[in-house]
Design a protein around this ligand. Structure first.
Ligand SMILES: C[S@@+](CC[C@H](N)C(=O)[O-])C[C@H]1O[C@@H](n2cnc3c(N)ncnc32)[C@H](O)[C@@H]1O
Length: 315
C-alpha cells in the first residue's frame, strides 16, 4: 500500500518531491521530467537495479509521458552509481560486496536521497546506524559522476563535498565500512559507538535509516532530542521508519530485519515501532517541521522517509 505524500499538516502533494522541487513546479515538459524523477525514486524488486518500466511511473493522464531518452539517461547514471558505490566493498570481502549490491540495488531510499536532493552540497553529514557505510560510498560515487558532468538533469543538485561521519554499534560493520572507505577519497570517518550514549558531532544533516526501532520508545525520543541539539541552524534530519499502523507490512519488515540481523552475524533483539502519526508528533514536539514520503516501493514494507527540518535558529 503506498500512501500519498503527506506533510505534517496533512497536505498532499507529489510523493518523492522535495518542497523546493514542488515550489519550482511549472507546466510540462518540466512537470513531466519531475514525474519521471519521482517514479524512478522507488526501485522495484529485481536482480540488479532494474530499469523502471513505464507502468512503474504513476502520473495523471493529462500529463505527457517523460521522454524515453530522459528515462534511459537517469537509469544509466543510477546503474553507474550502483556499480561504483559497490566496488570498494570487494576489499571488505564477499559478504560485504554482495550485501552492498543487494541493499543499494533493491532499497529505494538510496537513489531517492540523490535524485530528490535531500542532502545539500558541502553538508556535514552524520549517519547514525551506518552499517557498513553504504551511503558514504554512494556519496563519493555521486561526486565523481557530477565531476564528469554526467549528473542527470532531471535530478536535484548533486550532493558534492559532503563531509561524512558514520557511527554504528557493531564492530564488524565498522570494520567493513573502514575497509571499503580505505578505497575512497574524501576520508569518510567511521566510529564504533552506541547512538544512545555517543557524542553526536555538530551536523547539517543527520541520517537515520532503519535504526531507531532497535531501542525502546524512551531511548528513541532521547536520541531524537540529541540529534535536534546536534543539528546546526537550518539542519535536517532524514529519518526512515516503519509505519507500525500498517500492521502487516510493518510485520514483514520486522521479519526481514531479524533474518538480515542474523545473516550479518548479530544477535536478534526485540524491536520497537510506532505509527507514522506518532513519529511525526514526536518530531514536531522537538520543533521540527516534518514531511513524509513513502519509501518502500518495490518492497513489501511500510517504510516512510521523514524529512524533518530544524525550525529553530540556534547560535
Ligand atoms: C537495518 S541496519 C541499517 C543500516 C544502514 N542505516 C542502512 O540503511 O544501510 C541497522 C543498523 O543500526 C545499527 N544499530 C543498532 N542499534 C544501534 C545503536 N544503539 N547505536 C548505533 N547503531 C545501532 C546496527 O548495527 C545496524 O548496522
Amino acid at each position: 500500500m503506498s500512501r500519498p505524500f503527506v506533510d505534517s499538516t496533512g497536505a498532499s502533494g507529489d510523493a518523492g518531491l522535495t518542497s523546493a522541487q514542488q515550489a519550482r513546479r511549472t507546466p510540462p515538459p518540466d512537470e513531466t521530467r519531475r514525474a519521471l524523477t519521482t517514479a524512478a525514486t522507488d526501485l522495484p524488486r529485481g536482480r540488479s537495479p532494474r530499469v523502471p518500466s513505464r507502468a512503474d511511473i504513476a502520473q495523471p493522464r493529462s500529463e505527457a509521458m517523460p521522454s524515453r531518452a530522459a528515462v534511459q539517461s537517469a537509469n544509466r547514471v543510477w546503474r553507474e552509481l550502483h556499480h561504483a558505490a559497490c566496488a570498494p566493498y570487494r576489499a571488505a570481502g564477499r559478504f560485504a560486496w554482495h550485501f552492498a549490491r543487494g541493499k543499494l540495488g533493491h532499497d529505494p531510499v538510496f537513489r531517492a536521497l540523490l535524485q530528490r536532493g535531500d542532502v545539500p552540497a558541502q553538508a556535514r553529514l552524520l549517519d547514525i546506524g551506518c552499517g557498513q557505510g553504504l551511503l558514504a560510498s554512494l556519496l563519493v560515487a555521486a561526486q565523481d559522476v557530477h565531476a564528469r558532468g554526467e549528473w542527470p538533469a532531471a535530478w536535484a543538485d548533486a550532493p558534492v563535498g559532503v563531509r561524512y561521519t558514520g557511527i554504528d554499534l557493531m564492530a564488524r560493520d565498522i570494520a567493513r565500512a573502514e575497509q571499503a572507505a580505505s578505497q575512497l577519497p574524501g576520508a569518510p570517518r567511521f566510529v564504533q559507538a552506541d547512538m544512545c550514549s555517543a557524542e553526536l558531532p555538530g551536523s547539517d544533516v543527520v541520517v537515520i535509516l532503519d535504526v531507531l526501532h532497535y531501542v525502546d520508545i524512551a531511548a528513541q525520543d532521547a536520541v531524537l532530542a540529541r540529534v535536534r541539539d546536534a543539528l546546526r541552524p537550518n539542519g535536517r534530519l532524514l529519518l526512515r521508519i516503519g509505519d507500525a499502523a500498517d500492521r502487516h507490512r510493518f510485520a514483514a519488515s520486522q521479519w526481514v530485519d531479524r533474518i538480515v540481523t542474523l545473516t550479518r552475524g548479530h544477535r536478534v533483539a526485540p524491536t520497537f515501532g510506532r505509527p507514522l502519526e506518532a513519529w511525526i508528533g514526536a518530531l514536531q514536539g522537538l520543533g521540527f517541521a516534518v514531511r513524509s514520503v513513502p519509501m518502500s516501493r518495490g518492497t513489501p514494507f511500510a517504510n516512510v522517509l521523514l524529512i524533518a527540518d530544524s525550525r529553530e535558529q540556534r547560535a
